[in-house]
Design a protein around this ligand. Sequence first.
Ligand SMILES: [Zn+2]
Length: 87
Amino acid sequence: MTPPIKKTAPKPGATGLECPTCGEAAAPPASAGGRSPRPFCSTRCAEVDLGRWFQGQYAIPTVDAADDTIVDALIAEAEAAAGQREE
Ligand SMILES: [Zn+2]
């Protein structure tokens, strides 16, 4: 099944980017020395996004590098190998 095609026409002055928070057209790039909420449409949407990060709504999935069961298995293996050498 193909996703539905958006039929909303870009607003005048649209930059081709959509605000990740509300989907409106993103603010234009800042002029030299100025500030722009881009890629958001407004500072409000940028702050909403920041708030989501702070609340932990966005997360990058990871695997714990040091899994205790792996470490314990390696220690047991090393101790067994050491025990065999002493015999
Ligand atoms: Zn927005």
